[in-house]
Design a protein around this ligand. Structure first.
Ligand code: HEM
Ligand code: HEM
Length: 293
């Protein structure tokens, strides 16, 4: 008996087989419908959040004081190169993930583009790692080092992101807890993508079919998790009413001292030399960015 998985494997050139492993069943019955549900719930949730947060948004005073560097040039280049690769991989993967779109992959052009983007996806971070391994490792460390302030942040965040109420938000470092979580997802899913994608790419004729089916399943899970969280990331970076300078930080690299003080108080104190309870320092114009990423 041919299971539908076999058809989709045929579309992207993996061997056709009648083996129906647990992986193929889970992918077909659970993971594919889950992709729709998670994507739909995430987008609907972001829409509701936008309407509520916009209604509660307090018009902020114009930012007048000087600016501080949030993301250095190399970090921003890495971010946008990686984004280009990721979005290309997302779209060319989507046509394989959604069976009715499979015909778009039939001439294999999208599969070739997927591979070219995969090389960029791996090369970008590797170049950055080699060029500035100290800051890169520091950035990786941020995703894994959690303290009590992160738990406090998780408790206070829903109120903050819906009503804009800042009082219970603990002071944050260069990355707040939500950003750390995104960074963590990015790292973890990146490793899963690389391992599973590598096996599907180079061992599709020699690896056991069941193993390939497990690789497709894990690749799909990473796709759903990182893809839906990317919607959240884009929404917070570009559209959320309280994240007024997030986009600027990744476009020009700079944010106002006020924004740094209210969103990343701990980090701002470090770079500006101001003490807790004495906000409003002049800041150090030679700061070297957050070092994240
Ligand atoms: C190093 C990175 C990656 C490599 C080497 C890689 C490689 C592959 C390969 C070889 C396939 C099988 C299809 C084919 O032969 O054309 C595949 C499928 C797929 N890839 Fe990737 N990929 C990578 C990253 C990504 C990323 C970042 C995403 C999405 C954000 C993604 C989404 C998908 C999807 C959805 C499929 C279809 C799986 C299915 O049929 O259910 N891939 N990838
Ligand atoms: C069109 C897509 C994207 C947009 C518009 C976007 C936008 C942004 C913005 C505005 C920031 C600065 C946020 C701040 O510091 O307040 C940021 C940071 C960041 N982005 Fe993206 N981004 C995109 C795609 C991606 C992708 C695909 C990845 C990784 C796979 C990624 C990883 C990160 C990381 C790790 C940070 C630093 C931590 C954080 O702020 O969350 N971004 N992005």
């Amino acid at each position: 008996m041919m299971y539908i998985l076999d058809d989709s494997l045929a579309v992207f050139g993996l061997p056709v087989s009648s083996v129906i492993s647990a992986a193929s069943l889970v992918r077909e019955e659970v993971i594919q419908p889950l992709g729709w549900v998670m994507g739909g719930i995430t987008l609907a949730g972001l829409g509701v959040n936008y309407l509520v947060a916009r209604a509660n948004a307090v018009k902020r005073k114009e930012m007048k004081r000087h600016e501080v560097v949030k993301y250095t040039g190399p970090v921003r280049i890495l971010h946008w190169v990686h984004t280009a690769a990721f979005v290309t991989l997302f779209l060319t993967g989507l046509v394989l993930f959604i069976p009715p779109l499979g015909f778009l992959a039939a001439d294999s052009l999208t599969r070739i583009i997927h591979r070219v983007a995969a090389v960029l996806f791996v090369a970008g971070p590797l170049v950055h790692l080699v060029a500035d391994w100290k800051r890169s490792w520091r950035g990786v460390g941020i995703a894994f080092i959690w303290g009590s302030e992160d738990i406090e942040w998780l408790r206070a965040a829903p109120r903050y992101y819906f009503t804009g109420e800042e009082e219970s938000m603990p002071p944050q470092g260069s990355m707040n807890t939500g950003q750390k979580m995104w960074w963590f997802i990015t790292l973890l899913s990146g490793v899963v993508f690389v391992i599973t994608g590598f096996i599907m790419w180079f061992f599709k004729t020699s690896a056991p079919v069941e193993l390939l089916q497990w690789m497709v399943l894990l690749h799909d899970i990473s796709f759903i998790v990182s893809g839906t969280m990317l919607f959240v990331h884009i929404y917070l970076g570009v559209f959320h009413p309280v994240m007024t300078e997030a986009w600027r930080s990744m476009a020009s690299g700079k944010i106002s001292a006020e924004y740094a003080e209210s969103h990343h108080a701990k980090w701002y104190r470090e770079i500006s030399g101001t003490e807790e309870g004495k906000p409003g320092g002049t800041g150090n114009k030679n700061n070297k960015g957050s070092g994240a990423g």
